[in-house]
Design a protein around this ligand. Structure first.
Ligand code: PRP
Ligand code: MN
Ligand code: MG
Length: 182
């Protein structure tokens, strides 16, 4: 049995689940972008692990670049403000862009990114979200073309996702014990 971190109550997706989800998404992207050489934009830091796995599952030419944004900082709630910490080095004008995000939560990060990147006139822009959180209430209109899995409204960490820069290394998606962040 694999060792579960003591701060985790529940494992939502184990390593095999993750592999299957990413492989399936890679196949869909391969079919949709054959010959288009899309640019995968990884949203640091959370999406680094997902992006690395997704790239390996895409079986057609594609590029990668990185953007670092942050809205949560060290807290458990979004600050409501998205800050660009590192911008792309690649020109995206006329390019098919796929934003690779680890999780769509309030939608703030992705709605901000879509707006910011659309202004640079890419040929197309789509979202590949590993997770989408099922939240009550409305969020900005962001519709990912690819969603790996839905998760309940709990604080999830692992596979790149952090709380206060911890737990990113966990190879699974787990629910953090509320006493850790409250
Ligand atoms: C997290 C997560 C997503 C975003 C989702 O990033 O990785 O990027 O929040 O939340 P939202 O839909 O409510 O905007 P965070 O700001 O914690 O930065 P990080 O990726 O460096 O952890
Ligand atoms: Mn993030
Ligand atoms: Mg974070």
């Amino acid at each position: 049995m694999e060792q579960i971190h003591p701060d985790i109550t529940d494992v939502l997706l184990n390593e095999d689940d993750i592999k299957e989800i990413v492989l399936c998404m890679g196949n869909q992207i391969t079919a949709d972008y054959e010959g288009k050489n899309p640019l995968i934009v990884a949203v640091l830091r959370g999406a680094f692990m997902f992006t690395a796995d997704l790239m390996r599952a895409i079986q057609t030419d594609c590029g990668v670049d990185f953007m670092a944004v942050s809205s949560y900082g060290d807290g458990a709630k979004s600050s409501g403000v998205v800050r660009i910490i590192k911008d792309l080095d690649t020109k995206i004008e006329g390019r098919d862009v796929i934003i690779a995000e680890d999780i769509l939560d309030s939608g703030l990060t992705l709605s901000y990114l879509i707006k910011a990147l659309s202004a640079r006139h890419p040929k197309s822009i789509e979202i590949a979200a590993f997770l989408e959180k099922d939240i009550k209430g409305k969020r900005p209109a962001v519709t990912p073309r690819y969603v790996g899995a839905h998760v309940p409204d709990a604080f999830v960490v692992g596979y790149g996702l952090d709380f206060a820069e911890c737990y990113r290394n966990l190879p699974y998606i787990g629910v953090l014990k509320p006493e850790v962040y409250s």
